[in-house]
Design a protein around this ligand. Structure first.
Ligand code: ADP
Ligand code: MG
Length: 213
């Protein structure tokens, strides 16, 4: 799963590099080594790899690379199928962003009380991580603005389709700027994903990491 390619071989800021070292992340996993050069080059990327292969850091480093901290607007949106996954992704992003001061990551998930989410939205954030239904609800009520999103991430896209989130995802995407980078990660790649990819992504590079037996 792990390659011998160091993170220092890719074009990340020195603060992100130093933080990776302090976290004990020295070499990239296969999926990171294959997707990160394309992601940092600004391409739309589909990454397929099994659970535990390190997909979160691949897209998290990509969105942090695109982020302007001084601009306190939502610049990255990560959509996950469940609250548990969204919470895990938010923890990983906060860990990787630790070296960058004052980055605000907000989670917006169904099943969590509305009041605190509305309050947090009034304060603002750089990065939103959440589940489709709740994000859509905040959009429809005009509480969430995605006009400055430069990175749109779909995590666990296969599970999102199983759960019937296509319509919510299309609504969310329609609130994002046309000009944006799209990243889609998934453990499996069912035929149904193609339709979603066709609607959301632009000439994506597809990277599949297969397990060697
Ligand atoms: P996936 O989303 O593919 O299922 P995760 O992103 O959750 O996998 O990563 C699995 C675990 O591997 C996490 O605990 C994460 O902190 C760790 N990890 C990811 N990339 C690296 C790396 N390059 N070096 C060391 N640990 C890593
Ligand atoms: Mg994952």
């Amino acid at each position: 799963m792990s390659t011998s390619t160091p993170f220092s071989s890719i074009n990340l800021s020195s603060s992100l590099q130093e933080n990776l070292t302090s976290l004990g992340y020295h070499t990239m996993t296969d999926i990171q080594a294959q997707t990160l050069p394309e992601i940092l080059a600004g391409k739309d990327v589909i990454g397929q790899g099994k659970t535990g292969s390190g997909k979160t850091a691949a897209f998290a480093l990509g969105l942090l690379h695109n982020l302007r901290v001084k601009r306190f607007r939502v610049q990255a949106l990560v959509v996950c199928p469940t609250r548990e996954l969204a919470d895990q992704v938010a923890v990983e992003i906060r860990k990787l962003a630790r070296a960058i001061h004052n980055i605000k990551v907000l989670t917006l998930c169904g099943g969590a009380p509305m009041g605190p989410q509305i309050g947090s939205l009034e304060h603002g954030a750089h990065i939103v991580v959440g589940t489709p239904g709740r994000i859509e609800e905040h959009l429809r009520k005009g509480r969430l603005c995605l006009d400055e999103v430069n990175t749109f991430v779909l995590d666990e896209a296969d599970r999102m389709l199983e759960m019937g989130f296509e319509e919510a995802l299309e609504c969310i995407v329609s609130h994002c700027p046309e000009q944006r980078q799209n990243l889609l990660f998934s453990a499996t790649y069912p035929a149904k994903i193609e339709q979603l990819v066709g609607h959301i992504m632009r000439e994506p590079v597809k990277i599949e990491v297969v397990v060697q037996h």
